[in-house]
Design a protein around this ligand. Structure first.
Ligand code: SF4
Length: 363
């Protein structure tokens, strides 16, 4: 007997294996599905796809500036222009080189604020120098938010901006700035950020140019269950127009030091229970459309991430050396070594395998 046969949403779970979940199906699973039933079904689907393997990547985050004019209400990281820090391209490339030489990282994830000081030449110089100093490191950089900013600043199309960045060395585009792809939510949590249509247009343009992306979700703030379902559904529908997103990464809103938490009196972060449901339903909804799902250790911690590996996630994520955004919320994090990550993956009953930026196992 399958574990989920006793679930009140068993028919929908069965449907996920052979058919495609509708928006309403996703909503009902998120609303009524028991986490044990969703998790066992999602894990069964994951094992069909990847067996017992869980991948991870040695990477670092380069937060090149915290100056930002977008001022998202959920963000504890940004400072007004002139009040934060700003790395010039050669300093940034030397930082990457140092971390590469110390840890043999395979990827640099480049994220920062939208500072008036940045322009396309700034990123072109940075990417070229990183490739010069650390040629084996893949550049996973920026997000649709910066692509839109550069497009407006230089009066160039999204395609032109992405082509130039690709030419300079950008290997893939993170799907940051998605938060929740629902306008009502975006107007509350980040009213100055690009809207849903532009975010989707940029992701699709990247896919058309052969630039892989990842897609993200931030939950646990002002959204409803229905809006979570809309977000998951939209991410899958983007792939049908032009496939190219390799992974889905969900994380909870961290309320510490944020305007949003004060305005909406949000005192505590949503815990691991929500993440497990979202990861499980995402696996059932995405199947191969978005093939990889990360365990989300950065905000929920290693114990919940280990559970996520048994609820449909197949990838631990990265070592994230040098990450600065989450510590700005006041959350204390001890960044793990590769050895820690392998041990934790084994502790979850999985086989750890190192991967590259394209999710290819390399050992
Ligand atoms: S989330 Fe990004 S775009 Fe929004 S304020 Fe923070 S740094 Fe700026």
């Amino acid at each position: 007997m399958k574990v989920w046969e006793r679930s009140k949403v068993a028919p929908l779970i069965e449907k996920a294996f052979d058919d495609e979940l509708s928006l309403h199906d996703i909503y009902v699973l998120l609303r009524d599905g028991e986490v044990w039933a969703l998790g066992s079904a999602a894990n069964s689907l994951k094992r069909r796809m990847y067996g017992n393997v869980c991948t991870y990547i040695k990477n670092m985050i380069l937060n090149y500036t915290n100056e930002c004019v977008v001022e998202c209400k959920f963000c504890a990281f940004y400072k007004s222009p002139g009040k934060g820090y700003f790395y010039d391209p050669s300093f940034a490339a030397k930082l990457v080189k140092n971390v590469y030489e110390k840890y043999k990282i395979r990827q640099v994830l480049i994220q920062g604020g939208v500072s008036p000081k940045i322009n396309i030449e700034y990123f072109e110089d940075m990417f070229k120098l990183i490739k010069k100093f650390s040629p084996k490191v893949s550049i996973h950089a920026l997000s649709p938010v910066e692509i839109d900013f550069l497009s407006r600043k230089h009066k160039m199309s999204y395609r032109e901006v992405l082509e130039r960045l690709k030419e300079a060395g950008m290997d893939s585009l993170p799907g940051g700035g998605a938060e929740l792809l629902v306008e009502r939510v975006r107007r509350i949590i980040s009213p100055r950020k690009i809207g849903v249509d532009k975010w989707i247009e940029i992701i699709l343009t990247a896919h058309e140019l052969g630039i892989p992306t990842s897609v993200t979700m931030m939950y646990g703030h002002v959204e409803t269950i229905e809006e979570r379902a809309i977000h998951i559904y939209r991410l899958r529908e983007i792939q049908k127009k032009k496939k190219g997103s390799l992974a889905f990464i969900a994380w909870n809103f961290e309320p510490g030091n944020t305007v949003l938490a004060k305005e909406y009196n949000i005192k505590y972060p949503h815990g691991g229970y929500e993440l497990l449901k979202i990861v499980s339903v995402a696996r059932l909804a995405f199947k191969d459309w978005i093939p990889h799902i990360q365990a989300g250790w950065l905000t929920v911690g290693k114990d919940v991430a280990q559970l996520a590996l048994n609820h449909g996630a197949d990838d631990w994520g990265g070592t994230l050396y040098s990450e600065k955004v989450i510590p700005a919320t006041g959350l204390r994090i001890r960044f793990p070594t590769e050895k820690d990550i392998r041990r934790w993956i084994e502790g979850a009953g999985c086989i750890p395998k190192e991967r590259d930026s394209m999710y290819r196992v390399i050992e």
